[in-house]
Design a protein around this ligand. Structure first.
Ligand SMILES: C[S@@+](CC[C@H](N)C(=O)[O-])C[C@H]1O[C@@H](n2cnc3c(N)ncnc32)[C@H](O)[C@@H]1O
Ligand SMILES: [Zn+2]
Length: 284
């Protein structure tokens, strides 16, 4: 775990108003009140406290599918768009980038490659995701936490927050962002992967999703522009299966049923990628 990552963390047991910092020992993090958190063998630190989170996060199978699909480069245009926006937001390099719901760390690693000297915090509730995120880039620290609880990051600790197909908690994103910092949200439009959603009966995206992103962040941060990232993929059946298996449909359609439904599609199958990349600024 990098010292520069640890400096941005706070003790989840201590009074949150006090923003109590953690310090790094030998594979252990400590607060001045004596709370300790081990660095897991897989390289991440759990700062989850108390009761289990309401959601388990992505399963081992979903994370494996996500890693395989992203390794195919199919979402590289999204990673490039994010990296360009972060590089523009921190022109001199450096700074801290927090990715909330980071999954395997694919996007955070791409951003860190584009921003010399920046450090990344991959935050997720899924240990399966975090063990990959911890290895995704040498400048990443991976932290287990629940996006719907007070976040274990110090107030103003992040220069940039990424939120890619992941839960967003406007009040906490505002708190952890430094004044002048930016949140970058990637969300699907109702056309994203629609050919697969139709074929496998997957949960389709609410057409008013972008309104809901604004509603979650709007009271806390000011909208600073949205760009569309759109492309068409040509996928073989194996890639199409992983595209579905990495998303929420995996909770509803078993692997055999999924293989059968994708098998009924033409091969290769043309699939739409359609997302929005929206920026929100903390002005004060
Ligand atoms: C659809 S995946 C996106 C992962 C990554 N951003 C990407 O696009 O590759 C959503 C991620 O959010 C995580 N997640 C879901 N609920 C969460 C919560 N309450 N707190 C933190 N992470 C959560 C999941 O474990 C999963 O890794
Ligand atoms: Zn403490």
């Amino acid at each position: 775990m990098l010292a520069d990552v640890v400096d941005r963390l706070r003790c989840p047991h201590c009074d949150s108003a006090a923003d109590v910092p953690l310090t790094l020992g030998d594979r252990i993090l400590r607060c001045p009140e004596g709370h300790t958190f081990d660095v897991a063998r897989q390289g991440y630190v759990s700062l989850l406290t108390g009761r289990a989170p309401a959601v388990p996060g992505d399963t081992a199978a979903m994370v494996a599918a996500r890693e395989s699909f992203l390794a195919g480069g199919h979402f590289a245009p999204i990673a490039e768009a994010l990296a360009g926006r972060v590089a523009a937001a921190v022109p001199g390099g450096g700074g801290g980038v927090l990715d909330l719901g980071a999954g395997t760390g694919y996007y955070l690693a791409a951003v860190l490659e584009a921003v010399p000297g920046a450090i990344g915090i991959a935050a997720d509730v899924s240990g399966f995701a975090l063990r990959r995120a911890a290895r995704a880039h040498p400048r990443i620290g991976a932290i287990r936490c629940d996006a719907w609880r007070p976040l274990p990051f110090r107030t103003g600790a992040a220069d940039v927050v990424l939120n890619v197909f992941a839960p967003r908690n406007g009040g906490e994103l505002y708190r952890v962002l430094r004044p002048g910092g930016v949140v970058l949200v990637v969300a699907p439009t109702d056309r994203h992967l629609r050919e697969l959603a139709g074929a496998v009966g997957a949960v389709s995206v609410d057409p008013r999703k972008s309104d809901r992103v604004d509603a979650a962040l709007g009271p806390h941060l000011s909208a600073a522009g949205t760009e569309a990232v759109e492309t068409t993929l040509t996928l073989d059946h194996a890639a199409a299966v992983t595209a579905v298996a990495m998303g929420p449909a995996a909770w509803h359609v078993g692997p055999e049923e999924l293989a059968a439904r994708v098998g009924a599609l033409p091969e290769p199958v043309e699939v739409t990628v359609s997302v929005t990349l929206s920026a929100y600024e903390r002005v004060a």
